[in-house]
Design a binder for this molecule. Structure first.
Ligand SMILES: Cc1ncc(COP(=O)(O)O)c(C=O)c1O
Length: 443
């Protein structure tokens, strides 16, 4: 009997014993092709020699130094690098241990910014339906992932939420993309005015929606419009790039492709690429200046923040991405992968949409393509896809509740940036078999 409280209390998952490249092996001798990087984490695959070497070297030099007493080279160098490679004056970095922790940090930093600016009445964040920002209570409150939120609803702060930018589901027949985008921005503006701009701390969104909606990219101009509204009404723009950042979409920061610079950016997952638990918040100069010139301290902190080994791993990840030109690889191989998916599933009667950006892609599954009607949630199609894929030695990241937290299914694909075209073809082929079996068994 396992003493771990596993995600499923009735089922112990396979025991992973080793991993390298795209392959994870279990104790039964089975191997799995990692087509989802776990949950869009392992961007360099497993056992990358450069990252392991950097971690070993850091452990030998200094495995831990509490940030109340010391800073360390690895954290300083990582922060410098992230700031230098970020657009605009996103020059300040706060290092924590994961995505949720980073989101909590951003929320508190944003609140303290307004407090120190002499505007203590600001306490409202605006979020999006069908979004996810983490499982801690603050992050969960901001997010619009209904099935994750429901049991904890009484504990969550109230957050007004607007419609997500999801063309496949949200744009009406005959409506242009421009009109759809304008309608979303009008809805956001109405919500800002209803709440009163003077009460709002910021607007929080994933640049590309990850697991909740299934790799949903914004429409062209959406974030430019959002940035304009934030500037017009004097509220902060906080972008969650825990899943879509750090190169996953082909640029280091996904928002680079949307022509905006947020006030705060939240990072996780691909920052440490699975080698160490690490998350970060990047803040623009005016945010940090307000605190520096005011109280002089951010009222926050965690025991493991700025951890030397985590920072060394993340720094090595950054160096590999640059040295091996992996942003370009994501763009090129992401396009090739998308072509393979289109060839395999473009005419599939139960694949309604193939979407995403770079190496963050998804298939949305539907009962009927014309009406976009989803499968009955009781079928648990996403769970069947995962089971069938695992039995074929394939890791993908399917999820249900794609449309509204209850209805809809999608399969998220987020292979490591180092995946070869042959591996992507093998992923596509195994996925096609898994989907056929899942549709037979679940429906
Ligand atoms: C967009 C987004 N934000 C935040 C988080 C939370 O990150 P973590 O699971 O590291 O706490 C996730 C995790 O899936 C995520 O996808």
């Amino acid at each position: 009997m396992s003493h771990i409280i596993h995600r499923n209390l009735r089922r112990t998952p396979p025991l992973a014993v080793s991993a390298s490249g795209l392959t994870v092996r279990d104790s039964q001798g089975r191997s799995y092709l990692d087509a989802s990087g776990g949950a869009a984490v392992s961007s360099l695959g497993h056992a990358h020699p450069d990252v392991l070497a950097a971690m070993h070297a850091q452990i030998d030099r200094n495995a831990y130094a509490h940030t109340a007493f010391f800073t360390c080279d690895a954290a300083e160098e990582l922060a410098t690098r992230l700031a230098n490679d970020a657009p605009g004056d996103l020059d300040h970095v706060y290092l924590v241990s994961g995505g949720s922790e980073a989101m909590e940090t951003a929320l508190k930093l944003a609140r303290q910014y307004w407090l120190e600016a002499g505007q203590p009445d600001r306490s409202v964040f605006i979020g999006l339906r069908q979004s996810y920002h983490g499982n801690t209570l603050g992050a969960l409150a901001i997010g619009g992932n209904e099935w994750r939120r429901r049991p904890f609803e009484p504990l969550l702060m109230e957050v007004p939420r607007v419609s997500p930018c999801n063309e496949y589901r949200g744009r009406a027949d005959g409506q242009s993309t421009e009109d759809y985008t304008a309608a979303l921005l009008a809805e956001l503006e109405t919500t800002i005015l209803e709440q009163g701009p003077q009460h709002i701390i910021g607007f929080v969104a994933e640049t590309v929606v990850g697991a909740t909606g299934g790799a949903v990219p914004p429409t062209p101009g959406y974030f430019k419009g959002v940035r304009k509204l934030c500037d017009q009404y004097g509220i902060l723009l906080i972008l969650d790039e825990v899943m879509c950042g750090m190169g996953r979409t082909g640029t280091l920061y996904a928002f680079e492709q949307d022509g905006v610079v947020p006030d705060l950016v939240v990072l996780g997952k691909g920052l440490g690429a699975g080698y160490q638990p690490i998350g970060a918040v990047l803040a623009r100069e005016h945010i940090v200046r307000q605190l520096r010139d005011g109280s002089g301290a951010f009222l926050h902190g965690h025991t493991y923040m700025g951890h030397p080994v985590a920072a060394a791993a993340a720094l090595a990840v950054q160096k590999v991405i640059q040295r091996d030109c992996l942003l370009g690889a994501v763009t090129v191989r992401g396009a090739a992968f998308r072509r393979m998916l289109r060839d395999a599933f473009g005419g599939h009667p139960h694949v309604g949409d193939i979407r995403g950006r770079g190496m963050l892609l998804a298939l949305e599954l539907v009962r009927d393509r014309d009406s976009k009607q989803p499968f009955d949630p009781a079928c648990q199609l996403h769970a069947a896809v995962k089971e069938q894929a695992m039995s074929r030695g394939l890791m993908v990241y399917p999820m249900g509740g794609t449309i509204d937290g209850r209805n809809g299914d999608h399969i998220l694909l987020a292979p490591p940036f180092i995946a070869t075209e042959a591996e992507l073809a093998e992923i596509t082929s195994r996925l096609a078999d898994a989907l056929t079996s899942a549709l037979t068994s679940a429906t």
